[in-house]
Design a protein. Structure first.
Length: 152
């Protein structure tokens, strides 16, 4: 089901880990509104990237919705916005992860977000919230075997 011009419900449900462990990762009906909200936020980001760079910049979603079973399997936080379909781990084709993170920081404040995390230079975690728009811009790195989050 298409949610916006460039983002579908199936894209927000897709998970290699859910496939690997044969877990149902379908977005429940009570979270459909959140799915639309997340897809709309991602669409605004994609549209602004296109406007800024003068060409289409596709966004690849590696993880968005996580069922409680999938979240437990990947050892996600019990309070993860992924469980509520309010988070996505993304990359942008043709942009480095730090560049995408910085673009969000500089160009998406008016749309609002709760968290913008550059995760180990591998992907950007964008988290929305139904109650908060903290605009936390964080950089995550592994130090001594643990993930450390630093404010930008």
């Amino acid at each position: 089901m298409q949610l916006t011009t460039n983002f579908s419900k199936e894209e927000l449900e897709r998970s290699s880990m859910a496939i690997k462990y044969d877990l149902d990762n379908s977005i429940p009906s009570h979270l459909q509104g959140n799915a639309y909200r997340l897809a709309e936020w991602l669409q605004v980001l994609r549209d602004r990237l296109k406007q800024h760079f003068g060409k289409d910049v596709p966004i690849v979603v590696s993880s968005a919705y996580r069922s409680p079973a999938l979240n437990a399997k990947v050892r996600g936080s019990a309070t993860s916005a992924h469980i509520e379909c309010l988070a996505a781990d993304i990359k942008a084709i043709g942009l480095s992860v730090p560049s995408l993170w910085n673009f969000i920081r500089e160009n998406m404040a008016d749309v609002g977000y709760d968290q913008n995390i550059e995760e180990h230079q591998s992907w950007v975690h964008i988290g929305l919230s139904s109650t908060r728009k903290r605009r936390q811009d964080l950089i995550a790195r592994r130090e001594h075997g643990e993930t450390v989050y630093r404010r930008a």
